[in-house]
Design a protein around this ligand. Structure first.
Ligand SMILES: NC(=O)c1ccc[n+]([C@@H]2O[C@H](COP(=O)([O-])OP(=O)(O)OC[C@H]3O[C@@H](n4cnc5c(N)ncnc54)[C@H](O)[C@@H]3O)[C@@H](O)[C@H]2O)c1
Length: 426
Protein backbone atom coordinates (compact mmCIF):
# COMPACT_ATOMS: atom_id res chain seq x y z
CA UNK A 1 0.00 0.00 0.00
CA UNK A 2 1.20 3.52 -0.79
CA UNK A 3 2.07 6.33 1.60
CA UNK A 4 -0.66 8.29 3.33
CA UNK A 5 1.26 11.52 2.55
CA UNK A 6 0.36 11.32 -1.14
CA UNK A 7 -3.20 10.27 -0.30
CA UNK A 8 -3.76 13.26 1.99
CA UNK A 9 -3.66 15.67 -0.92
CA UNK A 10 -6.19 13.71 -2.89
CA UNK A 11 -9.95 14.00 -2.82
CA UNK A 12 -12.16 10.96 -3.14
CA UNK A 13 -15.87 11.01 -3.86
CA UNK A 14 -17.88 7.88 -3.02
CA UNK A 15 -21.36 7.81 -4.53
CA UNK A 16 -23.78 5.46 -2.73
CA UNK A 17 -23.09 4.77 0.95
CA UNK A 18 -24.50 1.25 1.31
CA UNK A 19 -22.95 -2.14 2.07
CA UNK A 20 -20.29 -1.46 -0.58
CA UNK A 21 -19.79 2.31 -0.59
CA UNK A 22 -19.65 2.97 3.14
CA UNK A 23 -16.83 0.50 3.93
CA UNK A 24 -14.89 1.90 0.97
CA UNK A 25 -15.41 5.52 2.05
CA UNK A 26 -14.28 4.65 5.59
CA UNK A 27 -11.26 2.69 4.40
CA UNK A 28 -10.22 5.48 1.99
CA UNK A 29 -10.49 8.07 4.77
CA UNK A 30 -8.44 5.82 7.08
CA UNK A 31 -5.85 5.48 4.29
CA UNK A 32 -5.48 9.27 4.38
CA UNK A 33 -7.66 10.46 1.51
CA UNK A 34 -10.05 13.37 2.00
CA UNK A 35 -13.35 11.64 1.38
CA UNK A 36 -16.82 12.93 0.58
CA UNK A 37 -19.60 10.36 0.66
CA UNK A 38 -22.79 11.12 -1.22
CA UNK A 39 -26.09 9.36 -0.85
CA UNK A 40 -29.54 10.39 -2.01
CA UNK A 41 -31.09 8.76 1.10
CA UNK A 42 -31.47 11.57 3.66
CA UNK A 43 -32.07 9.18 6.56
CA UNK A 44 -28.82 7.35 5.87
CA UNK A 45 -26.84 10.59 5.62
CA UNK A 46 -28.38 11.94 8.83
CA UNK A 47 -27.41 8.77 10.67
CA UNK A 48 -23.87 8.94 9.35
CA UNK A 49 -23.53 12.58 10.36
CA UNK A 50 -24.39 11.44 13.88
CA UNK A 51 -21.78 8.63 13.61
CA UNK A 52 -24.63 6.12 13.78
CA UNK A 53 -23.69 3.32 11.40
CA UNK A 54 -26.36 1.18 9.69
CA UNK A 55 -23.82 -1.33 8.33
CA UNK A 56 -22.86 -4.08 10.81
CA UNK A 57 -19.25 -4.28 9.61
CA UNK A 58 -18.67 -0.56 10.25
CA UNK A 59 -18.92 0.15 14.00
CA UNK A 60 -19.75 3.71 15.11
CA UNK A 61 -16.27 3.94 16.70
CA UNK A 62 -14.68 3.76 13.25
CA UNK A 63 -16.83 6.59 11.91
CA UNK A 64 -16.40 8.99 14.80
CA UNK A 65 -12.71 10.00 14.45
CA UNK A 66 -13.04 10.30 10.66
CA UNK A 67 -16.05 12.61 10.94
CA UNK A 68 -14.49 14.61 13.78
CA UNK A 69 -11.26 15.17 11.87
CA UNK A 70 -13.14 16.10 8.68
CA UNK A 71 -11.41 13.34 6.72
CA UNK A 72 -14.87 11.94 5.96
CA UNK A 73 -17.77 14.19 5.07
CA UNK A 74 -21.20 12.98 4.02
CA UNK A 75 -23.96 14.73 2.13
CA UNK A 76 -27.05 14.27 -0.01
CA UNK A 77 -26.07 17.17 -2.23
CA UNK A 78 -23.64 16.82 -5.13
CA UNK A 79 -22.99 20.58 -4.85
CA UNK A 80 -21.21 19.87 -1.53
CA UNK A 81 -18.75 17.51 -3.17
CA UNK A 82 -16.71 20.02 -5.15
CA UNK A 83 -14.17 18.46 -7.47
CA UNK A 84 -12.50 15.09 -6.92
CA UNK A 85 -9.40 13.17 -7.93
CA UNK A 86 -11.06 9.76 -7.69
CA UNK A 87 -14.77 8.95 -7.75
CA UNK A 88 -16.16 5.51 -6.94
CA UNK A 89 -19.77 4.77 -7.87
CA UNK A 90 -21.42 2.07 -5.72
CA UNK A 91 -25.14 2.50 -6.30
CA UNK A 92 -27.76 -0.27 -6.53
CA UNK A 93 -28.23 -2.32 -9.70
CA UNK A 94 -31.49 -4.19 -9.09
CA UNK A 95 -33.76 -6.01 -11.52
CA UNK A 96 -36.99 -4.53 -12.86
CA UNK A 97 -39.39 -7.02 -14.44
CA UNK A 98 -36.47 -9.47 -14.72
CA UNK A 99 -34.24 -7.00 -16.62
CA UNK A 100 -31.25 -4.95 -15.36
CA UNK A 101 -32.31 -1.63 -13.89
CA UNK A 102 -29.39 0.79 -14.37
CA UNK A 103 -31.30 3.95 -13.49
CA UNK A 104 -29.17 4.61 -10.38
CA UNK A 105 -25.91 4.15 -12.31
CA UNK A 106 -27.10 6.50 -15.03
CA UNK A 107 -28.32 9.17 -12.65
CA UNK A 108 -25.13 8.95 -10.55
CA UNK A 109 -23.12 9.21 -13.80
CA UNK A 110 -24.97 12.36 -14.86
CA UNK A 111 -24.31 14.00 -11.48
CA UNK A 112 -20.64 12.94 -11.37
CA UNK A 113 -20.05 14.21 -14.94
CA UNK A 114 -20.77 17.76 -13.82
CA UNK A 115 -17.97 17.53 -11.24
CA UNK A 116 -15.41 15.86 -13.52
CA UNK A 117 -12.22 17.75 -14.24
CA UNK A 118 -9.25 16.81 -16.45
CA UNK A 119 -7.13 13.96 -15.11
CA UNK A 120 -9.71 12.70 -12.58
CA UNK A 121 -10.52 8.99 -12.25
CA UNK A 122 -14.00 7.43 -12.18
CA UNK A 123 -14.51 3.80 -11.13
CA UNK A 124 -17.76 1.87 -11.22
CA UNK A 125 -18.13 -0.78 -8.48
CA UNK A 126 -21.82 -1.66 -8.88
CA UNK A 127 -22.37 -5.21 -10.07
CA UNK A 128 -23.50 -5.25 -13.68
CA UNK A 129 -23.26 -6.99 -17.06
CA UNK A 130 -20.14 -6.79 -19.28
CA UNK A 131 -20.07 -3.59 -21.30
CA UNK A 132 -21.85 -1.30 -18.81
CA UNK A 133 -18.80 0.84 -18.01
CA UNK A 134 -17.92 1.47 -21.64
CA UNK A 135 -21.35 1.47 -23.27
CA UNK A 136 -23.51 3.13 -20.61
CA UNK A 137 -21.37 5.09 -18.14
CA UNK A 138 -18.66 6.38 -20.50
CA UNK A 139 -21.00 8.28 -22.88
CA UNK A 140 -22.89 9.80 -19.94
CA UNK A 141 -19.65 11.06 -18.38
CA UNK A 142 -18.36 12.43 -21.69
CA UNK A 143 -21.63 14.20 -22.52
CA UNK A 144 -21.96 15.81 -19.09
CA UNK A 145 -18.33 16.86 -18.69
CA UNK A 146 -17.33 17.79 -22.23
CA UNK A 147 -14.16 15.73 -21.63
CA UNK A 148 -13.04 12.65 -23.52
CA UNK A 149 -12.65 9.35 -21.67
CA UNK A 150 -9.00 8.33 -21.73
CA UNK A 151 -7.32 11.66 -22.60
CA UNK A 152 -9.64 13.85 -20.54
CA UNK A 153 -10.44 11.58 -17.61
CA UNK A 154 -9.64 8.01 -16.56
CA UNK A 155 -12.33 5.36 -16.31
CA UNK A 156 -12.44 1.81 -14.98
CA UNK A 157 -14.43 -0.90 -13.27
CA UNK A 158 -13.59 -2.75 -10.05
CA UNK A 159 -16.03 -5.31 -8.64
CA UNK A 160 -16.69 -5.43 -4.92
CA UNK A 161 -16.21 -8.61 -2.89
CA UNK A 162 -17.70 -7.43 0.38
CA UNK A 163 -18.96 -10.38 2.45
CA UNK A 164 -21.15 -8.88 5.19
CA UNK A 165 -20.45 -10.39 8.60
CA UNK A 166 -17.19 -12.06 7.51
CA UNK A 167 -14.59 -11.17 10.14
CA UNK A 168 -11.69 -12.89 8.35
CA UNK A 169 -12.03 -11.40 4.84
CA UNK A 170 -12.57 -7.65 4.91
CA UNK A 171 -12.21 -5.01 2.22
CA UNK A 172 -8.51 -4.44 3.05
CA UNK A 173 -7.26 -8.03 2.83
CA UNK A 174 -9.45 -9.35 0.02
CA UNK A 175 -7.71 -9.17 -3.39
CA UNK A 176 -9.44 -6.60 -5.62
CA UNK A 177 -9.87 -7.00 -9.37
CA UNK A 178 -9.19 -3.71 -11.19
CA UNK A 179 -9.54 -2.60 -14.80
CA UNK A 180 -9.40 0.48 -17.01
CA UNK A 181 -10.60 1.46 -20.47
CA UNK A 182 -6.95 2.00 -21.52
CA UNK A 183 -3.45 1.66 -20.04
CA UNK A 184 -3.49 5.06 -18.34
CA UNK A 185 -6.88 4.35 -16.78
CA UNK A 186 -5.77 0.93 -15.55
CA UNK A 187 -2.67 2.49 -14.02
CA UNK A 188 -4.70 5.21 -12.26
CA UNK A 189 -7.34 2.78 -10.96
CA UNK A 190 -4.68 0.34 -9.73
CA UNK A 191 -2.71 3.11 -8.06
CA UNK A 192 -5.81 4.20 -6.10
CA UNK A 193 -6.79 0.72 -4.90
CA UNK A 194 -3.19 -0.15 -4.04
CA UNK A 195 -3.62 2.38 -1.22
CA UNK A 196 -6.88 0.78 -0.08
CA UNK A 197 -6.29 -2.99 -0.27
CA UNK A 198 -3.30 -5.27 0.18
CA UNK A 199 -3.49 -6.78 -3.31
CA UNK A 200 -4.91 -5.60 -6.61
CA UNK A 201 -5.49 -7.95 -9.54
CA UNK A 202 -5.37 -6.04 -12.85
CA UNK A 203 -7.34 -7.49 -15.77
CA UNK A 204 -7.28 -6.44 -19.41
CA UNK A 205 -10.65 -4.68 -19.71
CA UNK A 206 -13.69 -3.45 -17.76
CA UNK A 207 -15.72 -6.16 -19.52
CA UNK A 208 -13.49 -8.84 -18.04
CA UNK A 209 -13.79 -7.30 -14.57
CA UNK A 210 -17.57 -7.04 -14.95
CA UNK A 211 -17.83 -10.68 -16.00
CA UNK A 212 -15.47 -11.76 -13.20
CA UNK A 213 -17.99 -10.54 -10.62
CA UNK A 214 -20.90 -12.27 -12.36
CA UNK A 215 -18.86 -15.47 -12.65
CA UNK A 216 -18.14 -15.45 -8.91
CA UNK A 217 -21.77 -15.01 -7.93
CA UNK A 218 -23.14 -17.38 -10.55
CA UNK A 219 -20.66 -20.00 -9.31
CA UNK A 220 -22.15 -19.66 -5.81
CA UNK A 221 -25.72 -19.67 -7.03
CA UNK A 222 -25.19 -22.81 -9.14
CA UNK A 223 -23.33 -24.74 -6.44
CA UNK A 224 -25.90 -23.88 -3.79
CA UNK A 225 -28.62 -25.09 -6.17
CA UNK A 226 -26.71 -28.32 -6.75
CA UNK A 227 -26.46 -29.11 -3.06
CA UNK A 228 -30.10 -28.03 -2.51
CA UNK A 229 -31.24 -30.46 -5.18
CA UNK A 230 -29.15 -33.22 -3.61
CA UNK A 231 -30.59 -32.35 -0.18
CA UNK A 232 -34.09 -32.97 -1.52
CA UNK A 233 -33.02 -36.38 -2.88
CA UNK A 234 -30.67 -37.52 -0.11
CA UNK A 235 -33.25 -38.12 2.65
CA UNK A 236 -35.44 -40.45 0.58
CA UNK A 237 -32.25 -42.30 -0.43
CA UNK A 238 -31.43 -42.83 3.25
CA UNK A 239 -28.46 -40.42 3.23
CA UNK A 240 -27.69 -37.44 5.47
CA UNK A 241 -26.66 -34.71 2.98
CA UNK A 242 -24.72 -32.80 5.64
CA UNK A 243 -22.59 -35.84 6.43
CA UNK A 244 -21.94 -36.39 2.71
CA UNK A 245 -20.90 -32.74 2.20
CA UNK A 246 -18.57 -32.88 5.21
CA UNK A 247 -17.02 -36.11 3.93
CA UNK A 248 -16.55 -34.71 0.39
CA UNK A 249 -14.96 -31.59 1.88
CA UNK A 250 -12.05 -33.69 3.14
CA UNK A 251 -10.88 -34.03 -0.47
CA UNK A 252 -7.91 -31.66 -0.60
CA UNK A 253 -8.36 -30.76 -4.29
CA UNK A 254 -11.16 -30.31 -6.81
CA UNK A 255 -14.02 -29.87 -4.33
CA UNK A 256 -15.43 -26.90 -2.47
CA UNK A 257 -18.21 -27.43 0.10
CA UNK A 258 -21.55 -25.65 -0.21
CA UNK A 259 -24.35 -26.32 2.25
CA UNK A 260 -28.08 -26.62 1.60
CA UNK A 261 -30.60 -24.17 3.03
CA UNK A 262 -34.04 -22.62 2.51
CA UNK A 263 -32.92 -20.80 -0.67
CA UNK A 264 -30.66 -17.87 -1.58
CA UNK A 265 -31.19 -14.24 -0.67
CA UNK A 266 -29.56 -10.85 -0.30
CA UNK A 267 -28.71 -8.26 -2.86
CA UNK A 268 -26.42 -10.43 -4.98
CA UNK A 269 -27.21 -14.11 -5.60
CA UNK A 270 -30.88 -13.80 -6.60
CA UNK A 271 -30.04 -10.82 -8.84
CA UNK A 272 -26.54 -10.91 -10.35
CA UNK A 273 -26.80 -14.13 -12.41
CA UNK A 274 -29.89 -12.63 -14.07
CA UNK A 275 -27.73 -9.72 -15.30
CA UNK A 276 -25.57 -12.30 -17.05
CA UNK A 277 -28.42 -14.32 -18.53
CA UNK A 278 -30.27 -11.17 -19.62
CA UNK A 279 -27.25 -9.92 -21.55
CA UNK A 280 -26.47 -13.29 -23.13
CA UNK A 281 -30.12 -13.53 -24.21
CA UNK A 282 -30.05 -10.00 -25.67
CA UNK A 283 -26.75 -10.28 -27.49
CA UNK A 284 -26.47 -13.98 -28.34
CA UNK A 285 -30.09 -15.14 -28.23
CA UNK A 286 -28.92 -17.92 -25.93
CA UNK A 287 -30.19 -19.11 -22.57
CA UNK A 288 -27.57 -19.58 -19.84
CA UNK A 289 -29.16 -22.86 -18.76
CA UNK A 290 -27.17 -23.25 -15.56
CA UNK A 291 -28.50 -19.89 -14.34
CA UNK A 292 -32.11 -20.71 -15.22
CA UNK A 293 -31.99 -24.12 -13.58
CA UNK A 294 -30.18 -22.90 -10.46
CA UNK A 295 -32.67 -20.08 -10.11
CA UNK A 296 -35.60 -22.49 -10.41
CA UNK A 297 -34.20 -24.90 -7.79
CA UNK A 298 -33.28 -22.19 -5.28
CA UNK A 299 -36.64 -20.44 -5.77
CA UNK A 300 -38.42 -23.71 -4.97
CA UNK A 301 -36.63 -24.24 -1.64
CA UNK A 302 -38.97 -22.17 0.60
CA UNK A 303 -41.95 -24.16 -0.74
CA UNK A 304 -40.06 -27.41 -0.16
CA UNK A 305 -39.20 -26.40 3.43
CA UNK A 306 -42.84 -25.58 4.19
CA UNK A 307 -43.88 -28.94 2.72
CA UNK A 308 -41.43 -30.72 5.02
CA UNK A 309 -42.70 -28.83 8.07
CA UNK A 310 -46.28 -29.67 7.12
CA UNK A 311 -45.31 -33.33 6.72
CA UNK A 312 -43.43 -33.35 10.04
CA UNK A 313 -46.39 -31.92 11.92
CA UNK A 314 -48.79 -34.27 10.17
CA UNK A 315 -46.67 -37.17 11.42
CA UNK A 316 -47.40 -35.92 14.95
CA UNK A 317 -51.12 -35.63 14.16
CA UNK A 318 -51.08 -31.81 13.96
CA UNK A 319 -52.28 -29.84 10.95
CA UNK A 320 -50.19 -26.85 9.85
CA UNK A 321 -53.30 -24.65 9.75
CA UNK A 322 -53.69 -23.24 13.23
CA UNK A 323 -50.29 -24.54 14.42
CA UNK A 324 -47.99 -22.22 16.29
CA UNK A 325 -44.60 -22.06 14.55
CA UNK A 326 -41.51 -20.40 15.99
CA UNK A 327 -39.09 -19.39 13.25
CA UNK A 328 -35.44 -18.82 14.20
CA UNK A 329 -33.83 -16.21 11.96
CA UNK A 330 -35.38 -14.20 9.13
CA UNK A 331 -32.26 -12.55 7.67
CA UNK A 332 -30.89 -14.11 4.49
CA UNK A 333 -27.48 -14.60 6.08
CA UNK A 334 -26.38 -15.59 9.55
CA UNK A 335 -25.17 -12.94 12.00
CA UNK A 336 -26.56 -10.12 9.83
CA UNK A 337 -29.87 -8.23 9.84
CA UNK A 338 -30.15 -8.13 6.05
CA UNK A 339 -33.62 -9.33 5.03
CA UNK A 340 -33.40 -8.30 1.36
CA UNK A 341 -34.80 -11.16 -0.78
CA UNK A 342 -34.52 -13.41 2.27
CA UNK A 343 -35.83 -16.95 1.65
CA UNK A 344 -36.46 -17.23 5.42
CA UNK A 345 -38.98 -14.38 5.14
CA UNK A 346 -40.61 -16.23 2.21
CA UNK A 347 -40.90 -19.38 4.36
CA UNK A 348 -42.60 -17.33 7.10
CA UNK A 349 -45.04 -15.85 4.57
CA UNK A 350 -45.86 -19.27 3.09
CA UNK A 351 -46.45 -20.70 6.58
CA UNK A 352 -48.87 -17.88 7.38
CA UNK A 353 -50.62 -18.32 4.02
CA UNK A 354 -51.32 -21.91 5.08
CA UNK A 355 -52.86 -20.82 8.35
CA UNK A 356 -49.88 -21.19 10.73
CA UNK A 357 -49.46 -18.64 13.52
CA UNK A 358 -45.87 -17.52 13.04
CA UNK A 359 -43.64 -16.00 15.70
CA UNK A 360 -40.00 -15.24 15.00
CA UNK A 361 -36.72 -14.77 16.83
CA UNK A 362 -34.64 -12.35 14.76
CA UNK A 363 -32.06 -10.51 16.86
CA UNK A 364 -30.49 -8.38 14.11
CA UNK A 365 -33.09 -7.24 11.56
CA UNK A 366 -35.12 -4.07 11.88
CA UNK A 367 -38.59 -5.32 12.97
CA UNK A 368 -40.25 -2.90 10.51
CA UNK A 369 -38.72 -4.82 7.61
CA UNK A 370 -40.09 -8.23 8.66
CA UNK A 371 -43.12 -9.81 6.94
CA UNK A 372 -46.36 -8.28 8.28
CA UNK A 373 -48.14 -10.62 10.66
CA UNK A 374 -44.98 -12.14 12.15
CA UNK A 375 -44.73 -11.51 15.87
CA UNK A 376 -41.15 -10.99 17.12
CA UNK A 377 -40.34 -12.75 20.39
CA UNK A 378 -37.35 -13.73 22.55
CA UNK A 379 -36.01 -17.28 22.49
CA UNK A 380 -37.10 -18.59 25.92
CA UNK A 381 -37.96 -21.99 27.38
CA UNK A 382 -41.63 -20.92 27.74
CA UNK A 383 -41.77 -19.76 24.10
CA UNK A 384 -40.32 -23.04 22.84
CA UNK A 385 -42.51 -25.19 25.08
CA UNK A 386 -45.72 -23.56 23.84
CA UNK A 387 -44.95 -23.84 20.13
CA UNK A 388 -45.89 -26.73 17.85
CA UNK A 389 -42.81 -26.44 15.64
CA UNK A 390 -39.47 -24.65 15.87
CA UNK A 391 -37.94 -23.94 12.46
CA UNK A 392 -34.24 -23.03 12.12
CA UNK A 393 -33.92 -20.88 9.00
CA UNK A 394 -30.99 -18.53 9.68
CA UNK A 395 -28.46 -19.95 12.11
CA UNK A 396 -27.35 -16.82 13.95
CA UNK A 397 -24.51 -17.83 16.28
CA UNK A 398 -26.02 -15.94 19.22
CA UNK A 399 -29.08 -18.23 19.47
CA UNK A 400 -29.19 -20.99 22.09
CA UNK A 401 -29.77 -24.16 20.05
CA UNK A 402 -29.29 -26.31 23.17
CA UNK A 403 -32.42 -24.70 24.64
CA UNK A 404 -34.31 -25.67 21.47
CA UNK A 405 -33.01 -29.26 21.60
CA UNK A 406 -34.11 -29.63 25.22
CA UNK A 407 -37.59 -28.12 25.08
CA UNK A 408 -39.06 -28.35 21.56
CA UNK A 409 -41.53 -31.08 20.63
CA UNK A 410 -40.71 -30.82 16.90
CA UNK A 411 -37.88 -28.99 15.13
CA UNK A 412 -37.32 -28.54 11.41
CA UNK A 413 -33.68 -27.57 11.01
CA UNK A 414 -32.72 -26.14 7.61
CA UNK A 415 -29.19 -25.27 8.80
CA UNK A 416 -27.84 -28.37 10.57
CA UNK A 417 -27.55 -26.71 13.99
CA UNK A 418 -29.62 -29.06 16.20
CA UNK A 419 -29.28 -32.68 17.27
CA UNK A 420 -31.72 -35.14 18.85
CA UNK A 421 -34.75 -37.42 18.24
CA UNK A 422 -37.20 -34.60 17.63
CA UNK A 423 -35.03 -32.89 15.03
CA UNK A 424 -36.01 -33.17 11.36
CA UNK A 425 -33.10 -31.89 9.25
CA UNK A 426 -33.17 -30.61 5.67
N1 LIG B 1 -24.15 -5.85 -0.57
C1 LIG B 1 -23.16 -6.60 -1.00
O1 LIG B 1 -22.71 -7.47 -0.28
C2 LIG B 1 -22.55 -6.38 -2.38
C3 LIG B 1 -21.37 -7.07 -2.69
C4 LIG B 1 -20.78 -6.85 -3.92
C5 LIG B 1 -21.37 -5.98 -4.84
N2 LIG B 1 -22.53 -5.34 -4.54
C6 LIG B 1 -23.07 -4.43 -5.54
O2 LIG B 1 -22.72 -3.09 -5.20
C7 LIG B 1 -23.76 -2.19 -5.56
C8 LIG B 1 -24.26 -1.46 -4.33
O3 LIG B 1 -24.79 -2.41 -3.42
P1 LIG B 1 -25.08 -2.09 -1.90
O4 LIG B 1 -25.36 -3.41 -1.25
O5 LIG B 1 -23.99 -1.23 -1.35
O6 LIG B 1 -26.43 -1.26 -2.06
P2 LIG B 1 -27.17 -0.39 -0.93
O7 LIG B 1 -28.59 -0.30 -1.36
O8 LIG B 1 -26.82 -0.86 0.44
O9 LIG B 1 -26.51 1.07 -1.09
C9 LIG B 1 -26.56 1.83 -2.25
C10 LIG B 1 -26.79 3.28 -1.85
O10 LIG B 1 -26.77 4.08 -3.04
C11 LIG B 1 -27.66 5.17 -2.85
N3 LIG B 1 -27.98 5.76 -4.15
C12 LIG B 1 -28.82 5.32 -5.12
N4 LIG B 1 -28.78 6.14 -6.18
C13 LIG B 1 -27.90 7.14 -5.88
C14 LIG B 1 -27.41 8.29 -6.59
N5 LIG B 1 -27.82 8.57 -7.83
N6 LIG B 1 -26.53 9.10 -5.96
C15 LIG B 1 -26.11 8.81 -4.72
N7 LIG B 1 -26.52 7.72 -4.00
C16 LIG B 1 -27.39 6.90 -4.59
C17 LIG B 1 -28.85 4.53 -2.12
O11 LIG B 1 -29.59 5.50 -1.42
C18 LIG B 1 -28.14 3.53 -1.18
O12 LIG B 1 -27.91 4.07 0.11
C19 LIG B 1 -24.83 -3.06 -6.24
O13 LIG B 1 -24.59 -3.06 -7.62
C20 LIG B 1 -24.56 -4.42 -5.66
O14 LIG B 1 -25.01 -5.45 -6.52
C21 LIG B 1 -23.12 -5.51 -3.31
Amino acid sequence: MGSTETSARRKVLVVGLGYVGLPLAVRAAEAGFRVTGLDTDEQRVKRLEAADSYIEDIPDERLLPLLDSGRLRVSTDYADAGTFDVCVIAVPTPLRDGAPDLRCVKSAGRSVALLLRPGAVVVLESTTYPGTTEEILLPILEAGSGLRAGDGFRLGYSPERIDPGNARWQLENTPKVVSGIDDASLEAVTEFYDRIVTRTVPVSSPRTAELTKLLENTFRQVNIALVNELAMCAGPLGVDIWEAVDAAATKPFGFMPFTPGPGVGGHCLPVDPSYLSWQVRQKLQHDVRFVSLAHEINEHMPEYVVGRIEGGLAGLGRPLAGARVLVLGLAYKKNTGDVRESPAATVAELLMARGARVRAVEPYADARLLPPGVLCVELTEAEIATTDAVVVLTDHDCLDYGLVERHATYVFDARNRCRGDRIDRL
